[in-house]
Design a protein around this ligand. Sequence first.
Ligand code: DP6
Length: 319
Amino acid sequence: MRAVAKAQPNIAIIKYWGKRDSNRNLPAVGSLSITLSELFTEMDVEIDEALKDDLLIVNGQDGDGMLARVSSCLDNIAGHDRPAARVISKSNFPIAAGLASSASAFAALVVAADAAFGQALNRERQASLAGRSSGSAARSLLGGFVELENHADDIVVKTLLNAEEWPLKVVLAITAPGPKAVSSGDAMEISRKTSPFYDRWVEQQAADLTEARAAVTNRDLSKLASVAEHNCLKMHSVMWGSRPPMIYWNSATIACMQSIRDLQSQGLGVFFTIDAGPQVKAICTAEHEQTVRETLTATAGVVEVMVSGLGAGAKLVTA
Ligand code: DP6
C-alpha cells in the first residue's frame, strides 16, 4: 500500500526531440543517454482510501502544477478506478531547469506506484509506462549508457554499457537555477509544427545514433564528443528555427561552451551537451574531472557546479 523508489536523471548524448504521437507520447526519434549517480529523485507513493483525489507534494510544497501528469501516470499503472494516492517527491537538485528532473521523477514514480498498487510489472513495461509520462523518463529505468530505440508503437530501452564499464564523469554547470519558461514537451511540439529544420533532424537521427553507439561500444571519447556536440547543436538549431523561436541559452551557457572548447584544444577528454535549459553538462574522463570542474566554476556567470558519475537504473527503496 506504500512504496518508496529512487531514480537518477539521465543526460541525453543523442537527443530525443519531437513526438511521432503526442497522445501516446511516442518519440519521433531514438536517443542515447547516460544515467547519473549523484543526483536523484525519491518518490513515496501511499494508497489512501480516505483521500478523494490524489495529492502531490514536491520538495515540501504543493505540487498542483504536476498533479495531472502524476495522476495520469498512476492511471496508466493501476487503471482509472484505482484508489487515490498521496505522492511525495524529493529531489536533491533544481527541478524543471533543464536537468532532467522529469526523467528521474517519472522513473521513480512508476517503480514506487507499481509496488504500492501491487502490479508486479517487468522493467520493460515500467520503462514503457514512464516514457508515456515523459519520454526521457524511460531511459532512467536503466543504468549506464542507455538507448531508447526508435519503434513506431512502443517505448523500448536497452543498456549499451553498464556504468562501471566506462566510468565517465559529468560536470553540470548551473547558469540559472529557475524553472524554464517553456516545457520541453511543448517546445518540441512547436518545433515539429513550425521549424523548417525539423524533418531533416528526424531524418538524420539514425545516422547519429549509429555513430554514437559505435563510439560507446569502443569507448572512443573523441568520436562520441564529435557526434554528441553535433547532435546537441542541431537540436538547438531546430529550436532557434521555430516560430516562436526557443532560445534556452544565456551568455554563461555560451561562455561554458567556450571554456570546454579551450580545454579540448589543450587535449582534454571532454565535451558539452545542453538540454532544454541554460545549464551546460560537460562529459569527461575521470582523469580530467578536476580540471573541468575548476574551469567551469571559474567561468563567468556560472552559479553552481555539480559533479556526478554514472549510476544504475531506478530502484525500490522500501516496499
Ligand atoms: C532536451 O522527456 O522532458 O532533454 O516526453 O514531453 O516529457 P516529454 O519530454 P522530455 O524531453 C527531453 C528533451 C531533452 C532531450 C533528451 O532528454 O533526450
